[in-house]
Design a protein around this ligand. Structure first.
Ligand code: FAD
Ligand code: NAP
Length: 537
């Protein structure tokens, strides 16, 4: 049997994005037999699917890549500060080829269920192609943002033109030249794609429900000198990232916002503005905790944005007034706000004039009908839990994960779940996940899982299972930390607020990347405190 047909393995990994690929490499190196199942025909995950125009990372390319191999770091050369989707996908494919990962992956195959057998302490993983694989461990590298949401707008299926979701973008691309286009949604995907679509379309109508904060990326080519410097100092750069709050090599201003003089504050905000993007929310360490501090950042932001929008009424609509800055992920753009100065771009506030329905020729709001040839849905994801909920995960005593999580996800450290021994989550709820650089985050999770498996083997244990108390305590800890911040004030996807009927709970660990890693290390060093280690029956 080849690696990719073996149906009795140590580990099944679900997903072949950044997380699943590193898992395959790491577990193989550890001497474990591994099967990876990937629903797509190719590696890449997020970067395979999200091909809309303008798609780029919002963590700098030099940081948004694997750190586990210096050879990879030295051999690959990023061309821009924020890499395009195409370049990131090329990088992931290059890593997959270089480490011979494809031979361990079964593509075009979706895992439909995984069922735990209490007698053998093994999982039976079933796929939509009819495969059954028995595994001791299952690692869910299924991604936090991998279940796109299509809005429930009446008549959507009657639209006569083309419809594209940003997360299911056609591989051959879309040419909007000569077309009238509507974009629904102004989150990161909308904000990145709108300037590009505007350049092609004859008319572009942007349907905005909630305005979002977006900071210019300041994207540019990396100079040869920068590349040389980065490659020669990668060790320090990574060390700083591992010890940081968000997994990239940047630290907040040493003073609290209101302790800094007005000049110091202005200078610090200016510096972060120049750095670009999402890190603006971390200019000062208290910015996401203290409303007055946040308001300082928000005022700075507003003055910057007003300065680039010609029409003050359009600016009023584009500047958020319903949530503190940073409580939803700050978007990272290139000329987003300037795009609304173009004569062919029109902003429709669906707060003021809600969408009533879509019909064959376009979008009907409460006050007008917009005739369009193409519809772009930049409407986001059922984040964190949506993809896991599509897999029938059955633990002890027939307990289903989806039922267990009916009131919100329950995990210990974002890694384990009580009642589901030897099932590990990667970058899932209860971890910092999307609040950190996700490539390092995935590496951290997989390293921890790999060490846990080694520990079980060294000490003659068959399985590891989070205790219910540890899960309860961890949820309480995550909630307590979230409540001490401004994050719960926003109707964000972090809170599940973008999905009708989803429990409103803050799904992430907000205490910072380094703090989280310290906690995970302490748990392991204490003999996996909060986990039961089980002998073979
Ligand atoms: P994914 O890349 O989502 O991969 C999961 C894989 O699992 C997918 O290929 C999927 O097909 C597969 N899968 C799921 N369910 C099944 C199943 N049942 N059976 C088989 N296969 C399955 N994060 C950052 O840190 N920085 C950024 O700049 C950044 N930019 C982003 C831009 C976009 C447009 C999006 C959507 C997200 C972005 N993110 C960013 C978050 C991003 O999701 C992560 O950085 C990272 O790519 C996630 O990797 P992953 O391997 O955990 O999951
Ligand atoms: P998102 O942030 O959830 O944005 C979805 C948008 O669609 C919101 O503006 C939302 O409005 C709107 N919307 C949803 N349903 C609607 C409806 N029925 N009518 C009108 N508007 C509707 O999703 P996203 O933009 O895809 O981004 C998700 C996450 O992916 C980001 O936060 C980020 O973590 C990651 N991402 C990163 C980048 C990057 O820069 N590297 C790019 C893309 C994505 P409301 O706000 O009112 O709900």
């Amino acid at each position: 049997m080849t690696a990719a047909t073996n149906n009795h393995v140590d580990v099944v990994v679900v997903g072949a994005g950044f997380g699943g690929l590193y898992a395959l490499h790491k577990f193989r190196e550890q001497g474990l037999s591994v099967r990876v199942f990937e629903a797509a025909p190719e590696v890449g995950g997020t970067w395979y699917f999200n091909r809309y125009p303008g798609a780029r990372c919002d963590v700098e390319s030099l940081d948004y890549c694997y750190s586990f191999s210096d050879e990879l770091q030295q051999e690959w050369t990023w061309t821009e500060k924020y890499a395009t989707q195409a370049e990131i996908l090329d990088y992931i494919k290059w890593v997959a080829d270089k480490l011979d990962l494809r031979s361990g992956i079964t593509f075009n195959t979706r895992v439909s269920s995984t069922v735990f057998d209490e007698d053998t302490l093994r999982w039976t993983v079933a796929t939509d192609t009819g495969e059954r694989v028995s595994a001791r461990f299952v690692v869910m590298a299924t991604g936090p943002l991998s279940s796109p949401l299509t809005p429930n707008i009446p008549g959507l299926d009657t639209f006569g033109g083309e419809i594209h979701h940003t997360a299911h973008w056609p591989h051959e691309g879309v040419d909007f030249t000569g077309k009238r286009v509507a974009v629904v949604g102004t989150g990161s995907s909308g904000i990145q794609s709108i300037p590009h679509i505007a350049e092609q379309a004859t008319e572009l109508h942007v349907f905005q429900r909630t305005p979002n904060y977006s900071v210019p990326a300041g994207n540019r080519p990396l100079t040869p000198e920068e590349i040389v410097h980065a490659k020669s100092t990668y060790a320090e750069r990574r060390q700083m990232s591992w010890r940081s709050g968000g997994g990239s090599p940047h630290v907040a201003h040493p003073k609290l916002t209101m302790e800094a003089s007005p000049e110091e504050r202005q200078e610090a905000f200016e510096k972060r503005w120049e750095l670009g993007g999402v890190l603006f929310s971390k200019t000062f360490s208290d910015q996401m905790i203290n409303l007055d501090a946040n308001e300082e950042a928000r005022r700075f932001y507003e003055s910057k944005i007003r300065a680039v929008i010609d029409d003050p009424e359009v600016a009023d609509l584009l500047i958020p007034d319903d949530h503190p800055i940073g409580t939803k992920r700050i978007c990272t753009d290139t000329n987003y706000f300037q795009t609304f100065n173009r004569p062919n771009v029109h902003l429709v506030s669906v707060r003021r004039t809600p969408i009533e329905r879509i019909d064959e020729t376009g979008i009907q709001t409460t006050d007008a009908h917009y005739d369009v040839d193409a519809l772009v849905l930049a409407t986001g994801f059922d984040a964190m839990t949506g993809t896991l909920a599509k897999i029938d995960i059955v633990g002890r005593g027939g307990q289903r994960l989806v039922d267990d999580w009916a009131d919100g996800p329950r995990t210990y450290l974002g890694l384990g779940v009580d009642g589901f021994p030897n099932l590990f989550l990667v970058s899932g709820p209860g971890a910092p996940a999307v609040l950190a650089n996700m490539v390092l985050h995935a590496e951290a999770h997989i390293n921890w899982i790999s060490e846990a498996i080694a520990h079980l083997d060294e000490h003659g244990y068959a399985a590891i299972e989070a205790t219910a108390d540890a899960v309860d305590d961890w949820i309480a800890e995550c909630n307590k930390r979230a409540e001490a911040t401004l994050f719960p004030k926003a109707n964000s996807w972090y809170m599940g607020a973008n999905v009708p009927g989803k429990p409103r709970v803050f799904m992430l660990f907000i205490g910072g990347f380094a703090t989280y890693l310290d906690i995970c290390a302490e748990v392991a060093n204490a003999g996996y405190k909060g986990f039961n280690l089980l002998k073979a029956p």
